[in-house]
Design a protein around this ligand. Structure first.
Ligand code: GLA
Length: 384
């Protein structure tokens, strides 16, 4: 699951696609003809660290995906061949391993918890969603496995809810719904404006004049360690002190006066970020890219100083991107503590801007990190 670099190489021309890899792997390891499913990673334009507070987010599925070739095996276990390892996962009792197996088996158990029958399957899995880069390789894996284990019977919002439960209860990461929803429900050429309280989503067309660049900081995150959970806990403390069940119910930062310390800072981020997301919805709809860029910059400042989920490397990379000609704005993306940044640029300026960002940042990092110009792709489904 390597990051795709923007630098062309000879081997990239001949590297088999994940869809070919899973079909070959399946044929080599198992019997019969499998069905093929794919689920994409995601970007998030704006609305960061607000999904678990019931706020509004603006993700899009991308054209990097996890692929699964699957066939029932008549046994009460999953037999898996994957990029990350092979294994047999019993379906009579969940066993936590602290690695990729928890996502695969966790999805089977979460489906059963939600009342969907799951039988044993042979699964071949491959993905080109960069791992630890903030583009939701784990949500892509959960959603693709969920489709495969139900033969495509559970889809869309329902699939996203089960995949979030798998991550919350079996992987042990207290994430919100955004990543799984974007992977399951993405619409080609569109971002989704998703209200995480009602789970109502509205596709919004990406203007031809805009494109998004993703640059990996090279700092790998891991959200099962404490930082993400403690931010979420601070938000819950703030909501409780304010007498609401979710911070999204607070309309203005003026209402936060009674808070102090970390709950105040986290709540100030959440309430202001939800307002920025509404403004961004308007800016994207009217193709006001200068304003959208400013909102991205403001989002980063708030994530860095109030939510405190950035790192020195990510702050530096973001500052480089923000200062690059042709870039309207940039910010860290995803849960934070490393991972990627997202930058908004005009398509005609994108490649030159990406090159300029990489050249400057590579001097700090010592090598050129993974980077790509992203396209809004369709959400998960069976590939016939
Ligand atoms: C991670 C989580 C999401 C969301 C983002 C931050 O990607 O999985 O649910 O909270 O962080 O916006």
């Amino acid at each position: 699951m390597a990051a795709r670099s923007n630098e062309p190489s000879d081997s990239a021309m001949t590297t088999p696609s994940p869809s070919n890899i899973v079909q070959t792997r399946f044929k080599d390891a198992f019997a019969g003809t499998p069905r093929l499913f794919r689920a994409p990673g995601r970007i998030n334009i704006i609305g960061e660290h607000v999904d678990y507070a019931g706020g509004k987010v603006m993700p899009a599925a991308i054209d990097f995906a996890c692929w699964v070739a699957a066939r029932p095996n008549g046994q009460n276990r999953l037999r898996v061949i994957s990029d990350l390892g092979d294994g047999e996962l019993p379906l009579d009792m969940f066993e936590r391993h602290g690695d990729w197996r928890d996502y695969v088996a966790g999805m089977a158990f979460a489906l059963r918890d939600a009342g969907h029958p799951v039988v044993g399957h042979d699964l071949a899995i491959a993905s080109d969603v960069p791992m630890g880069a903030g583009v939701s390789s784990s949500a892509a894996l959960e959603v693709a496995v969920g489709l495969a284990l139900t033969g495509g019977a559970v889809t869309g919002k329902q699939l996203a809810v089960v995949a979030q439960a798998a991550e919350n209860h079996y992987v042990g990461m207290a994430c919100g719904i955004m990543d799984q929803f974007a992977s399951a429900c993405g619409v080609e050429g569109h971002a989704l404006v998703l209200d995480c309280s009602s789970l109502h989503a509205r596709p919004i067309a990406m203007p031809d004049t805009a494109c998004f660049l993703i640059v990996d900081s090279g700092v790998k995150h891991r959200h099962t360690s404490g930082g993400y959970a403690s931010r979420r806990a601070d938000c819950e403390t703030a909501a409780k002190a304010l007498g609401v069940s979710l911070l999204a119910e607070i309309a203005s930062v003026d209402a936060l006066a009674g808070l102090s310390g970390n709950p105040l800072k986290r709540a100030r981020h959440v309430v202001s970020e939800i307002a920025r997301t509404s403004a961004a919805e308007q800016a994207l709809a009217t193709s006001d890219l200068a304003h959208l860029g400013q909102l991205l910059n403001q989002s980063h400042a708030s994530l860095s100083s109030d939510m405190e989920v950035s790192t020195p490397e990510v702050d530096r990379l973001t500052a480089i991107a923000q200062a690059t000609p042709g870039v309207y704005g940039a910010r860290m993306m995803g849960g934070g503590f490393g991972g990627s940044i997202i930058a908004l640029a005009a398509p005609s300026a994108a490649e030159a801007a990406l090159d300029a960002i990489l050249t400057t940042y590579a001097q700090d990092l010592g090598h050129r990190p993974g980077a790509f110009v992203v396209r809004a792709a369709a959400g998960a489904g069976e590939v016939l």
